[in-house]
Write a new protein. Structure first.
Length: 253
């Protein structure tokens, strides 16, 4: 920092302890001295734009996403009558969908009530685009827009990252976390391009990329795993996830 003429602000330094509520309760009297300041543990801390809380429930991250999206949604709704449908879709992609997708891989395997809050944003955005009432059924609108539900969008992000790791298109620190599955004896699964899976004894541990990535990858059909280019993989993967979400592919016709 000295070589780049930067100064550390001691009082703004934060640190956070991660663990279950029971584990965190066992830790007392923790503090860190930075310069002339004594830093106490925070309930949440920001890291590269993401807010991480002690129990990894992502409550603060979700709340900030909801606040920002609804702020833009209200602003867009005021000028909706002046815009064409193509223009309103582009505007919603730029200000709302992009925020929903931003760092959404961190939300993998969260409780349904947490993801439901973000799903409501997507639902209300679709209703705004088509000028439908809140009581109208949302699934036909999402299918018409070719939008994957929030949970499937999370799966898409993680699986795309796994694909890039397998094809040397991702950073080495991620690529090293993905290991091919090599059976101890001759099995038919040896040529299925599977990955080695592992388990965690903590719920939030299952959300680690090294665990959730191989699990989601192995659940894909072989035809998806064998795609040779990134564009073809993205198209095939979206078609597969779209079918899982809505049951048929009529909306893609």
């Amino acid at each position: 920092m000295g070589s780049h003429y930067l100064k550390l602000n001691d009082g703004k330094t934060e640190f956070v302890l991660f663990g279950t509520e029971r584990d965190i309760g066992k830790v007392t009297g923790w503090s860190v001295s930075v310069g002339g300041a004594e830093i106490l543990p925070s309930r949440d801390a920001r890291n590269i734009g993401a807010f991480l809380d002690t129990e990894m429930k992502m409550t603060v991250q979700i709340s900030n996403t909801i606040r920002a999206c609804y702020c833009h949604l209200r602003a867009i709704s005021k000028i909706r009558k002046y815009l064409t449908q193509d223009a309103i879709i582009k505007l919603c992609h730029a200000f709302i969908t992009s925020r929903i997708d931003n760092m959404n891989a961190l939300l993998y395997n969260l409780p349904d009530y947490q993801l439901r809050k973000i799903q409501l944003i997507q639902n209300n955005t679709a209703r705004l685009i088509y000028r439908h009432k809140h009581s109208d059924h949302i699934t036909p609108l999402l299918r018409e827009l070719h939008w994957l539900p929030v949970e499937r969008r999370i799966h898409f992000k993680i699986l795309l990252l796994v694909y890039k790791c397998l094809h040397q298109q991702a950073p080495s620190y991620l690529t090293e976390l993905i290991l091919p599955y090599i059976p101890t004896r001759a099995l038919r699964s040896a040529d299925q391009e599977l990955l080695q899976e592992s388990r965690s004894n903590k719920r939030y541990g299952e959300r680690a990329f090294s665990l959730c990535g191989p699990k989601l990858w192995n659940a894909l059909p072989l035809s998806v795993r064998q795609c040779t280019t990134t564009p073809s993989f993205k198209n095939t993967l979206k078609t597969h996830l779209f079918k899982l979400a809505y049951g048929d592919l009529d909306a893609l016709a």
